[in-house]
Each structure stands twice: as C-alpha cells, then as structure tokens.
Design a binder for this molecule. Structure first.
Ligand SMILES: [Zn+2]
Length: 264
C-alpha cells in the first residue's frame, strides 16, 4: 500500500481537526506531519510510518462515526471504503447514504431451511427436482437479452406461493413504471443446476430457490458503494423479500446484490 497525496492530505486535515497540529494540509509528508502522528497515543510507536498513517486513517474514521474495522494499520477493503466515506464527509459534510446501517428483517414465516445441503435436500428435494411453473405478476425481461419478455419461470414448488406473493407486493408498491425504472424486471435467472463459482457446493439456484435481478448493475463482487440495489430506493424491494424470510446476500453479506434466496 502506497499512500497518495490524497491520503496524506486527509491525514493532515484530521490531525489538525483533532488537535495534533500537522500544520499545512499540502499532502506532503514533512516533519510536522511525522511529529503530529507520533503524538497519537493509540498508535504503537514501533510501527513504521505507513502503518502509523493507515492506523490514523482508521482512528479518524472511527472518530467520525465511520466503521473502519480493527485499528491495525493495514489497508484492507473496509479501510479503503471507510477512507472514501471520510473523504466525502470532509468535502461535503455529508455521510453518503450507502453507509447506512442496514439491518435486514429477520423473520422466517415459511420456515426456509439453512443454506446447507442436507437441510436443503430434505426441505426442497434433490437439486433440479420439484420444479413448477410460476406465472409472474408482472412481465420480466431477460437481463442478457432485454427484448425477450418472460411471463413465467420455473421455480421449486415450495417457493412458488411466496415468490408470487412477493412479486405481487412489489407490483402493488412500485407500479410497473417504477419497476422498469429501477430495473426490478431485469431477470437474471432462477433454476440453474450448477456448482458455486470456484467451489464444490451446489449453488442455491440448483434447487430453483434463488433469483437474480439486474446483474449488470449488481455484480458479484461489488459492495454497497457500487451495487445499485444498495441504494435507499430499493429498501422496500428488499423488505418485501425479507418479510417472506428470503435472504439477500447484498443486505446480509454485502456482495452479490443481484441475488436473493429462500434460505436462512
Ligand atoms: Zn444468484
């Protein structure tokens, strides 16, 4: 990890803000910056400059109410994201709404099983089995060929009624125009018997109990800073799924925001 001028500027800004006197905020590491950093009591003195600087970014984020994880002086994804949030906060005075504390609804009215092969097989049957046709409450478009309209799909018989109820609620709440604008009709698939990417376990799509939406704007490895489904206008969408006990990997694990599944 090499600290850029932008990092150093923010460090100097925060050193000044918290009374450590780094002098000018020019993004250049001089004696004033180094001395100011030495004064921060929470940072072990035997760490090298870079590690101290990163630890101070983590401390500054924490002091501003932004979760940067453990203050260890190492740059990981959480520190990276927290840094960007702090940068925006310093520049605009606002915390981006993507950094909301999302607390998924935790109910399970349909008694969905845990995501574990034995429980899934006993509840849903073997992978690829017990599939029924679901008439969709509103037309979907194939995400990989948007001219293709989909009026019905195959899913596991156990999720059929729940899926129908959720999508009916989505239609009632958003209406078809808003559904199209938010791309809640861009369907990326349900039943697909396959192993998880890079793994040996079955994907939950193998049982026909997972749905993908708008994969182009909610890529597998994207977190809430990039995924469009992490925005507040999608809160209700997720709540409607969660009220039926479905789990969003985006909302619970902050990746694969396209994906929703009927497991706990
Ligand atoms: Zn998926």
């Amino acid at each position: 990890m090499k600290l850029s001028k932008e990092h150093i500027k923010l460090i100097q800004n925060q050193l000044n803000k918290f009374g450590y006197n780094a002098s000018s905020e020019d993004g250049i590491v001089g004696n004033n910056t180094k001395t100011a950093l030495e004064k921060v009591a929470e940072i072990p003195s035997d760490w090298n400059f870079t590690r101290k600087a990163i630890a101070f970014i983590q401390i500054a984020c924490t002091n501003n109410g932004i979760d940067a994880g453990t203050i260890d002086g190492y740059w990981g994804p959480q520190t990276d994201y927290a840094f960007n949030v702090l940068l925006e906060f310093v520049e605009t005075g606002l915390l981006p709404n993507a950094w909301r504390d999302i607390i998924p609804l935790n109910v399970n009215p349909n008694n969905w099983p845990l995501q574990e092969e034995t429980s899934m097989n006993s509840f849903y049957g073997e992978v690829g089995k017990n599939q029924v046709r679901l008439q969709l409450p509103y037309p979907h478009r194939l995400s990989w060929d948007k001219r293709k309209i989909v009026n019905s799909i195959f899913c596991n018989e156990k999720v059929h009624d729940s899926l129908h109820k959720i999508l009916t609620n989505v239609l009632n709440y958003y209406g078809i125009d808003e559904i199209r604008r938010l791309r809640l009709d861009l369907w990326g698939g349900c039943l697909n018997v396959r192993k998880m990417r890079g793994g040996t376990k079955w994907s939950t799509h193998s049982w026909g109990i997972a749905m993908d939406y708008d994969p182009d704007n909610n890529r597998l490895k994207w977190g809430r800073d990039q995924a469009s489904f992490a925005k507040p206008e999608y809160d209700k969408w997720w709540e409607l799924w969660e009220a039926e006990g479905w789990t969003s990997l985006g909302r619970s694990k902050n990746y694969d925001w396209m994906h929703i599944q009927a497991t706990k």
